[in-house]
Design a protein around this ligand. Structure first.
Ligand code: NAP
Length: 497
């Protein structure tokens, strides 16, 4: 195995793509700085801005590796994932620190995400000893009739910056254990964590070509991966604008495709809820990770006469939040991932004000003192949110939550459902009947009762309805549906002579 491109001791390190088991310089010869969003002048490394040729080399390597990888036993493939889980656990602090430094979330959140990565690898390693198919009775006494599952071939994985450990791993681990080979295109803003994950898989003994990583801009190299006929499946997580185009392109040429996209997730608070508890759930769902989660709470729908008390408490708590560098243990909310993400959030705040929503706290960029070098925005709460407003319907992806009022549970559920998205939703109540009615009627792929909208365990299906998803699911047993085809086998006894 060759080593990473060498650099003078004082220079910022140049990283390389990983193709056919080798770290290789991009053929473009171009690199982009990986910036710490808490300290914009801190460059964490230089990462390839790859070209189409790099993607093609990665696809070629994955195609060459497929026959031998897919013929290994599942147990042999699972054993590599087991070793990778152990190595990731050992290197947890290193990976979590890289994650906080390049993405901005707090170190506690980064440790949690990395530990989840370990759990994902262990779960799919364990899948290697689970049944792959079913045996059916046949109309013929001579026939043994069964199903099994086979890998798709080369799969392309395209991932976002907001969970750069968990999301690549929840695609990679099932892709690999079921026998696929991979070309991974991580988000340009968070390449370092992905580099570390691949280094761990390499160290765990993954054969050359089984996983290939190409760093660079999705708008330049993404299409090359999506259009290539050698790529049998595309698994994408990211925005709706990009996901819809990828879905049309990939399925248009007959490839399998799954897209997990945005959310506009509601928290309904009923009058019988413990208000402090409901406020903490709303705050955490809206502000942790700077609101940059697909499952973040962006609407609080408050029922009945508790509106004023809930609003007053939420605003007070939002104003108390400690914003700062995620490496500081006192920090509750770090910076946004980039200047352009901050601009997008500030624009939405202006739109909300112009639409007539009442700005109750926050609403500004933080630019002085310790904040001068980072991409910070104040935790922001809007009151008087109305269902027709853009800030009530569109994904903001920042630390912004709007409060709506509903007369009763029926109206609250109707408001919650009145958006194009349907990823996650929560209700806070002690009323079991209300909770069950909510679980039945809410249009969401993930339903929480007395827990925040964000948060998902690694062994159960994850995904949304309506425009949040291409109607597939990831993680747990659901991952098998995407990363395999079902094969039905009629096995007949030969004639006895
Ligand atoms: P994004 O802009 O759509 O990017 C996602 C990935 O697609 C990145 O790797 C990006 O590369 C790549 N890409 C961009 N243009 C492309 C193209 N033309 N062809 C192929 N790939 C292309 O999304 P993001 O800003 O990274 O992530 C935030 C979004 O992800 C939010 O909408 C959030 O809700 C969603 N999300 C959904 C889930 C879920 O499971 N439902 C989970 C997490 C996040 P570059 O980085 O180089 O642009």
């Amino acid at each position: 195995m060759s080593t990473v491109t060498t650099q003078p001791a004082t220079a910022v390190r140049e990283y390389a793509n990983f193709i056919a088991g080798e770290w290789v310089r991009p053929r473009s010869g171009e690199f982009a700085p990986n910036i710490n969003p808490a300290h914009r002048h801190q460059v964490l490394g230089l990462f390839p801005r790859s070209s189409a040729e790099d993607v093609e080399a990665a696809i070629e390597a994955a195609a060459r590796a497929f026959p031998s990888w897919s013929r290994l036993t599942m147990q042999a493939r699972g054993a590599i994932l087991h070793r990778a889980a152990d190595l990731l656990e050992k290197r947890l602090e290193e990976v979590a620190t890289a994650l906080t430094q390049e993405e901005g979330k707090t170190l506690a959140e980064a440790r949690g995400e990395t530990a989840r990565g370990v759990a994902i690898l262990r779960y799919f390693a364990g899948e290697a000893s689970q049944p792959l198919g079913e045996v059916y009775p046949s109309a013929s006494a001579n026939t043994f009739l069964y199903t099994t599952r086979v890998p798709l071939g080369v799969v392309g994985l395209i991932t976002p910056w907001n969970f750069p450990v968990a999301i690549p791993l929840w695609k990679l681990a099932p892709a690999l254990v079921y026998g696929n080979t991979v070309v991974l295109k991580p988000a340009e803003l968070t390449p370092l964590t992905c580099w570390l994950l691949v280094d761990i898989l390499r160290e765990a003994g993954l054969p050359p070509g089984v996983v290939n990583v190409v760093f660079g801009r999705g708008s330049v190299i993404g299409d090359v991966l999506v259009r290539d006929p050698r790529v049998a499946g595309i698994s994408f997580t990211g925005s709706n604008a990009v996901g819809r185009r990828i879905y049309d392109e990939a399925t248009g040429r007959g490839a399998k495709c799954q897209c997990e996209m945005g959310g506009k997730n509601p928290m309904i608070v009923l009058p019988d809820a413990d208000l402090d508890f409901a406020v903490e759930l709303t705050l955490s769902g809206a502000m942790r990770s700077g609101g940059q989660k697909c499952t973040a709470t962006s609407r609080a729908i408050v029922v009945g006469d508790i509106l004023d008390a809930f609003t007053e408490k939420l605003v007070r708590r939002a104003q108390e939040i400690k914003v700062g560098d995620g490496m500081d243990p006192a920090t509750y909310m770090g910076p946004l991932v980039s200047e352009s993400q901050r601009q997008q959030v500030l624009e939405y705040i202006q739109i909300g004000r112009a639409e007539g929503a009442e700005l109750l706290c926050g609403g500004q960029a933080l630019t002085e003192g310790e904040y001068a070098d980072g991409f910070y925005v104040q935790p922001t709460v809007f009151g008087n949110l109305k269902p027709h407003m853009r800030i009530a319907r569109e994904e903001i992806f920042g630390p912004v939550v709007g409060i709506m009022h509903a007369r009763d549970l029926d109206e609250a559920i109707a408001l919650a459902n009145d958006v194009p998205f349907g990823l996650s939703a929560s209700i806070c109540t002690r009323d079991l009947g209300a909770a069950m009615l909510f679980a039945e009627r809410i249009e969401a792929g993930i339903v929480h009762i007395n827990s925040e909208t964000a948060g998902a365990e690694p062994h159960v299906p994850f995904g949304g309805v309506k425009e949040s998803s291409s109607h597939s699911r990831e993680q747990g047993k659901a991952a098998r549906e995407f990363f395999t085809h079902v094969k039905t086998v009629y096995l007949d006894k030969p004639p006895v002579r």
